[in-house]
Design a protein around this ligand. Structure first.
Ligand code: NAP
Ligand code: GDD
Length: 347
């Protein structure tokens, strides 16, 4: 029988890759989308299927993690076998500007969805998009046993979501799993996360559209992997015999500066001529170093990432250079991040 999956956050980076993966495996995929004044489906437009086609396998539904009643109705109607909760206000810097909204969607939103599963009486497996940001100030290497010490409203909200997921597992016997994912990127990464900001800037500078990119803390260490491999890990977690919690990471150790150097060098540019410091990108509290130990996922799920950070940087630069060639006029007309006025902080 065809398996059904519900993905919240289907319009985001991970949601789009996960939808692709599940459709490829023959799933019927349902995605939760927010109503917006402009279309927000650009990452999944290539997956469009005519809903009147009896063979259609992808369906989108309006909804929001802030609207619990809607989630109950949807779960009742869809009756999914697997639920992937990827929706969140996912930007750490922005969470300092919008702490209440971030807590409501990234934290309480997970509880609303779990409670909706319970209230609708659906027998499904649940995946929670937990984050290495939960480790925050606890030094690396970090694994499933590492204590949490979140350093942002986002990190704190994810800790709440992590524990409520475990609570529904232990309290109600639900198959509820936390994937504790370290940073993962791709050409579909949001443009204000640091990797994409850099690779997009490299493409624009190489094309002569910009001279500089303004950045914050270059000393932070991150463990950056390739998003398509990570969504495959999410799926593996829900195929396991038992619900559990798993770290996904490459184990790599790259500073933001290392990423910048790799990306600029790949395009034949000297980064020191083009990167400037802007204190508005600093955060009130920083997470200095995240380096994951994914041994458990390797042993129990057979999950092993292949793409390391230097290759990832090159993949993303190549993709942004190509994008600029094909969407040149759009990229030229579109303001860069630096053009928009803000009071004090920047994402
Ligand atoms: P993303 O690109 O920012 O996508 C977030 C998704 O959530 C978008 O589809 C967004 O919809 C949706 N969303 C936001 N608020 C919502 C709300 N109130 N109700 C319903 N949908 C809402 O994030 P991502 O990088 O794909 O990450 C996926 C998940 O993994 C997130 O929970 C993130 O916190 C977590 N995570 C990410 C990483 C990483 O490195 N990428 C690492 C660890 C954990 P719109 O398109 O309408 O904005
Ligand atoms: N965004 C951004 N912009 N970050 C900058 C900049 C800049 O101009 N300059 C330096 N950085 C530094 C940040 O201070 C941080 O230390 C690092 O680059 C990475 O920032 P982001 O790419 O914004 O990601 P993040 O690590 O804060 O959060 C991402 O990874 C988490 C998992 O660890 C997000 O995807 C979260 O949703 C995810 O949970």
């Amino acid at each position: 029988m065809t398996k059904k999956a519900l993905i919240t956050g289907i319009t985001g980076q991970d949601g789009s890759y996960l939808a692709e993966l599940l459709l490829g495996k023959g799933y019927e995929v349902h995605g939760l989308i927010r109503r917006a004044s402009t279309f927000n489906t650009s990452r999944i437009d290539h997956l469009y299927q005519d809903p009147h086609d009896p063979e259609a396998k992808l369906f989108l539904h309006y909804g929001d993690l802030s609207d619990g009643a809607r989630l109950v109705t949807l779960l009742h109607e869809i009756d999914p076998d697997e639920v992937y909760n990827l929706a969140a206000q996912s930007h750490v810097r922005v969470s300092f500007d919008e702490p209440e909204h971030t807590g409501d969607t990234t934290g309480i939103g997970a509880m609303r969805l779990l409670e909706a599963v319970r209230m609708a009486g659906v027998n499904c497996r649940y995946y929670q998009a937990s984050s290495s940001e939960m480790f925050g100030a606890t030094p690396p290497p970090q694994n499933e046993e590492t204590p949490f010490y979140p350093r942002s409203p986002y990190g704190a909200a994810k800790v709440y979501a992590y524990w409520v997921t475990r609570n529904y597992r232990e309290g109600y016997g639900m198959f509820a799993t936390n994937g504790i994912l370290f940073n993962h990127e791709s050409p579909r990464r949001g443009e204000t996360f640091v990797t994409r900001k850099v690779t997009r800037a490299v493409a624009r500078i190489q094309a002569g559209l910009d001279d500089y990119v303004y950045m914050g803390n270059l000393d932070a260490i991150r463990d950056w992997g390739y998003a398509p491999e990570y969504v495959e890990g999410m799926w593996r977690m829900l195929q396991a015999d038992e619900p559990d919690d798993f770290v996904l990471a490459t184990g790599g150790n790259f500073t933001v500066r290392d990423f910048v150097v790799t990306a600029f060098e790949h395009a034949g540019l000297d980064w020191e001529k083009h990167v400037k410091f802007d204190e508005r990108y600093l955060r009130p509290t920083e997470v200095d170093a995240l380096i994951g130990d994914a041994s458990k996922a390797k042993d129990k799920l057979g999950w092993v990432p292949k793409v390391q950070t230097d290759e990832l940087a090159r993949i993303m630069v190549d993709a942004d250079v190509e994008l600029l060639k094909h969407e040149g006029r759009h990229w030229i007309d579109r303001p860069t991040l630096e053009d928009w006025p803000t009071f004090g902080t920047r994402a």
